[in-house]
Every structure is written in structure tokens, then in C-alpha cells.
Design a protein. Structure first.
Length: 309
């Protein structure tokens, strides 16, 4: 048929072969029938492979994009579609934080803590961790992180999310009862909780880290698409300021994490990671040139030499 200008795709070939088998005369020999049946099966396999190949490319791209921009590192507060109906909770008294948090929000958990938005004031929330995690004095560590953040804020205009000093309390039964899904797996049934009253990160912000250039630039590309030129210029200045702060406080290199919002503002995240001492060799190696590369990438975006569309 190719000689006559006709070309069969695997799908058409499958239909053609099956049609020919169905219209064969009854006198067909058994060997011939076996051959035709085998040809039909082969065509179906080819069709399946062709369809699989055509549909797998977008899925592969999605997986690659997810690696560059994991959903838990894009700040979103929308309701999770898998949520269950709340039991015995309502907006109200902030003194009872377990009645004030939004159990229905999308999961915002790190390795040790989860952030819950306040239902009475969406600009605030609660960073909650297990008081017995790894059997270390968690409250002392949380207080040290809060104190250190306040010192850096006063000296360097350092931006962070801690609003008030942390405290520890026995786990309210209502809190455990209303947990669901990943939250339930994360917390289990802790005896006590560390509560860190916090400010809410702006919606649509991202978290950048320094361990892989491709991931870093992929995340910058994501946020730059939502920025005006003025916001990009602001981010450029903020990143340069962060470099100066880290040079003065090298302990910040430890598991470095930085939040960037769509206005180009930066916020230091999770200061529990900071230990009063030298950064590990691995963190120091990963951090080397990281923010300088980010500054160049944002500058190239402003100059139009990096496409963000």
C-alpha cells in the first residue's frame, strides 16, 4: 500500500487485520489462521505501545516539573479535596489554638513540624511540632530559634515568620481527633506539642534550597513568571542582602532554606535547623556559589536573557 501512497498506522493496521480475519472463508487452514491471529495480536501490542509512548511524555514532564517544584514547597492554603468533615471545631477563641486552626487546608508539613492557618485571622497561624520528637529538649531548641531570629531581625532587618515565643502543652484530644490523612500519619498520638505562633507566608511563595542548581533555577523560573520588573529588582537586592547576612552569620548555611514571595521579598525559614557552630562540610559545599548564581539568574531575567514564559 505504501507504493500506492497509502500508509497504515498501527491502529489502522489492527482494524484492517481483524477485519480480514473476520471475513475469511470458512475453508481457511489452521496454520494460516494462527499466523493471522498472531499478526492481529502484534498489531494490538504496537497500538498499545504507541498510545503509551504518546501519553507518557506529558506524564514524564509532569514528574520532572514536580521534582523541580514539589507541591509542598509552593505555599498554598486552599482546602484539600480529600479532607473530611470537621468534628467539634469552629472559628473563635485564639486562646484555644486547636479550635482556631484550619484542619482542612492542604498539607504544609516539613520533616518535624506542620503549619496551620488561623481561622480567625488568616495572616497568622501556628507552627506545631511533636514535643517528644527524637527525644530531645524540643522546647529549649524552639526558644533558642525564636531568640536567634529576634536578634537577627534587630541587627540585619532579617525577615522571618515567628510572631511570639513558643510554648509546650499536653496534646488536646480534639486536635488528635480532627487530624486526617498525612497530618494523622505525621503526628500520630504525641504526648505533648510545641506551639510556635507565627505569621502566615504569602500565598504563592516558594521555598528555595541550595543542593542542586537545576532545582534552584527551576524554582526561580516558577516564581519569576509571577513577578513584575520592579519585584524582580527588589528580589535582586534582597538576595544580595541575604548573602551579606550569611557571610556575617555562617551558621545559616546549615540546611539553608529561604522563602521568596511574588513581590520579591525573602524570608528565612525554620531556624531550628541552625546550630551554634560551624556548618557541615556538605552544607558548606552545596551553599558555595548558590546565592551568587541566583542573583545572576534573576539579573539575566531582568535583562531579558532568560525566558520566563
Amino acid at each position: 500500500h505504501e507504493k500506492n501512497g497509502t500508509h497504515f498506522t498501527p491502529k489502522l493496521l489492527q482494524i484492517f487485520t481483524i477485519t480480514q480475519v473476520m471475513t475469511l472463508p470458512r475453508s481457511i487452514t489452521v496454520p494460516a489462521a494462527i499466523i493471522l491471529a498472531a499478526a492481529s495480536v502484534a498489531c494490538m501490542v504496537l497500538t498499545s505501545l504507541s498510545t503509551s509512548t504518546e501519553s507518557s511524555s506529558p506524564n514524564l514532564d509532569n514528574r520532572r516539573q514536580l521534582k523541580l517544584m514539589p507541591q509542598k514547597e509552593i505555599i498554598r492554603y486552599g482546602l484539600d479535596p480529600k479532607t473530611i468533615k470537621l468534628r467539634g471545631t469552629r472559628p473563635g477563641d485564639e486562646g484555644y489554638w486547636w479550635k482556631d486552626i484550619n484542619y482542612r487546608q492542604r498539607g504544609l508539613c516539613g520533616g518535624e513540624k506542620c503549619f496551620f492557618v488561623s481561622m480567625s485571622d488568616s495572616s497568622k497561624g501556628y507552627l506545631i511540632g511533636d514535643g517528644n520528637f527524637h527525644k530531645v529538649p524540643r522546647l529549649a531548641e524552639a526558644v533558642e530559634a525564636y531568640t536567634y531570629a529576634a536578634e537577627l531581625e534587630a541587627e540585619y532587618n532579617f525577615r522571618h515568620f515567628y510572631a511570639d515565643p513558643p510554648y509546650e502543652m499536653n496534646t488536646p484530644r480534639a486536635f488528635v481527633r480532627n487530624l486526617w490523612g498525612d497530618y494523622k500519619k505525621h503526628f500520630g498520638k504525641p504526648k505533648s506539642l510545641i506551639i510556635q505562633p507565627s505569621r502566615t507566608a504569602p500565598e504563592g511563595s516558594i521555598i528555595i534550597r541550595c543542593y542542586n542548581d537545576r532545582v534552584l533555577y527551576g524554582r526561580l523560573l516558577y516564581i519569576l513568571q509571577s513577578m513584575s520588573v520592579e519585584s524582580k529588582q527588589n528580589l535582586l537586592g534582597e538576595l544580595e542582602s541575604v548573602i551579606q547576612v550569611v557571610e556575617a552569620q555562617p551558621v545559616l548555611i546549615n540546611d539553608f532554606q529561604l522563602v521568596i514571595d511574588t513581590n520579591g521579598r525573602t524570608y528565612h525559614l525554620d531556624l531550628n535547623r541552625v546550630k551554634r557552630g560551624e556548618a557541615s562540610q556538605k552544607d558548606a559545599r552545596n551553599f558555595e556559589g548558590c546565592l551568587e548564581g541566583a542573583v545572576k539568574y534573576v539579573g539575566d531575567s531582568i535583562n531579558g536573557t532568560v525566558s520566563v514564559s
